[in-house]
Design a protein around this ligand. Sequence first.
Ligand code: THU
Length: 128
Amino acid sequence: MDPLVRAAIEARRQAVAPFSKFLVGAALESRDGRVFTGCNIENASYGLTVCAERVAVFKALSEGARAFSRIVVCADTQHLTPPCGACRQILWEFCPEAEVILVNLDGASETLAIRDLLPRAFDVSFLT
Ligand code: THU
């Protein structure tokens, strides 16, 4: 198995999801070969929930990584779970070149491009 897929599956086991019980793991690979994992983290104030993808991206950025090649997202769903809208925005802004690889626990996998997940995106180019 691809080590990045394995890392996402393992990260999912750390999910803090007492409300939804929907466990998600992510593993983000930087161009310099590092792997940053994330899981979803829910909170009694539901709106503060952070998705697995954003945890992985923010961990990576806080460790100095700036260029990324792939992110694997793992959930236990038959129809592969895609990133939510908020995560698509973050992925577009910080990992625009990364492949987004959706997997489940049964071995299904699909690879997508962020530009296809978030067409006509808003980003920093509009602020200048
Ligand atoms: N969630 C993620 O972590 N990533 C996704 O791609 C979809 C949704 C989380 C947020 C929340 O904790 C739970 O899944 C249900 O929405």
